[in-house]
Design a protein around this ligand. Sequence first.
Ligand code: CO
Length: 134
Amino acid sequence: MKILGIDHLGIATESIDRAAPFWSAILGLPVAGRETIAEQKVTTAFLPVGESELELLEATDPDGAVAKFIAKRGAGLQHLALRVDDLDAALAELKAKGVRLIDEQPRRGAGGTRIAFLHPQSTNGVLLELTERP
Ligand code: CO
């Protein structure tokens, strides 16, 4: 498995429209795109920062992971995404090493990426996403 870098940091917000101005108007980061991922019950907005990005997340359904996170812990940093060269190989390797996976198979992320989440039980409390860019 090859980790290529920090792909993005996921930040759970109550509202992207209310949260984005701090990052865009005050810090001056551009908002590169917004996308709703229906199957993940979330709308995302990406703000590039150097080689990485910030991913603002807003729940579209109270049943989704982001809504549950906010209900339990409030808005704020939700996950770390590391970029890998080959997600299928990475998941197979992690599974063989006994790492608990939330996603055994890659699923579709924003911007045409393939993503998979690892369970925080196996990562000392960090919700870790692996991202493969097209
Ligand atoms: Co993410």
